[in-house]
Design a protein around this ligand. Sequence first.
Ligand SMILES: [Zn+2]
Length: 557
Amino acid sequence: MSAMTSMTTIVYRARKIITMNPMQPEATHVAVRDGRVLAVGPVERMQAWGDFELDGRFVDKVLMPGLVEGHCHLKEGAMFAQPYLGWFDRHDPVGQLWPGLRSMDAVVQRLIDLDAELAAQRTDPAKPLIAWGFDPIYFGGERMTVQHLDKASTTRPIVIAHANGHLMNVNSAMLRAAGIGAETEVEGVVKFASGEPTGELQEPAAMFLVVKKIGNAGLLAPLDPAGMHAFASMARRQGVTTATDLVNKLTEKDVEVLESVCNGDDFCVRILPAFQAFHGTHGAAQGAEHVRALMARNSDRLRYGLVKMMLDGSIQGFSARLRWPGHFNGAPNGIWVTAPAQYEDDFEVYHRAGLTIHTHTNGDEASEAAIDAIERVLSRSPRRDHRHTLQHAQMVDAPMFRRMAALGLSVNLFANHLWYWGDQHHDMTMGPDRAHRLDACSSALAAGVPLAIHSDAPVTPLGPLFTAWCAVNRVTPSGRVLGETERLTVPQALHAITLGPAWTLKLDHEIGSIECGKRADFCVLEDDPLGVDPMALKDVRVWGTVLSGRVFPVVSA
Ligand SMILES: [Zn+2]
């Protein structure tokens, strides 16, 4: 990949170019100079710009703007260094398939095998076995406890991270090592009727008891260059050229790794890390100053400036905060990860510092608390074009979207849930009425709320075309269609994976469409997403990407 020399113009001819620019929705040629789009249209139009090189490598491909993932996490790249225990089959960064485990027994058997492998390798018996991607909700509501995990080992500590990232299960050896017992009084430590802990730990305060014990092992390891390159390889396979790392402590070490990797010439994704907000008046002010100082170091491929805040937990983990009538199966209401009053105070500090804040809200009580808080902050401290965004916001209904529009809020809906947990939301968490308006994409657009859709990888796999397929079809694994009237058209869904997220990231002037002046970011496809059956949108094949004019074909394993 050689860097483009200035003033060299390359004109790519394609089978079709989907520009996402309504003035010129389709074209056959695009001229690229200095990493930017110089011109789009018939080749004759490009001659006025002087000499150019005609490049035919995309002559049988379809180009669209590089896809934008507005809510994912760089650790998607490093996850497969640990064993995967999910229900769905899943591909790793080199395209290898990890088969899903379809029963609790299969999960336990896999752990027995893994423990035996570690023993055969003569690994330190105290070294924890860490795995990820588990979700008990697929097994009919039975919760995992120490009794399951102790079948794999009663001596080696075992830590199972749930797919949602908000919960974990540990065995009795890990409970002992972490000093968690009947006497432990920390919210989120689930207990049997006897008062003994079940081994399930919900949300950060409870999980921290284990995390501080196993240190930076496994899933909780800080960013490293290998994981970032694995992420980039996944992004390239999925046509993604801009992605967020939607919660990052941005420590000195994190910043060093981000800058050395992203600014390297071979890196094929633009990364926007969102700072994990510090709490408290002093902490928030310090955090805001930290982000503002980092922004001075922004480059094309690394953009600081976003702040991430969290209100509640996960719907499928029953740790989200729901309004009346609560959980369909009678489970108690979830957990405030940040108390709403604290959220409002912290939010105001970052808002006044001019930063854009992305707030995790899953249940509708949390979304409403965010909207209430932001409304008060904006009345005290009005600011135009803030682009504050609610992330997930899965239970937001039409009246809440109308309030969001009035406040200038954007939304990034977790459309992949329609497939991955649609049936469970219908049957267990929220019931049919609210499941039909899950991730209500059309209601958001009807209310005038700028819309993006996302994967939250590694919670679900990175892949915006799959995410678009979810929003267009709204089908579940059992064959239900959840809320037909909330379905997007294919062009609306393509907008929600290009210009939509570009807007929420305040980058719509640079990316999201193929037009003169924008970055030459392309997603290169073998098939035409506007030409295939909408049910085949997820099967559209990606050839590779172009990032600021540099071409990155998918490298096969
Ligand atoms: Zn996330």
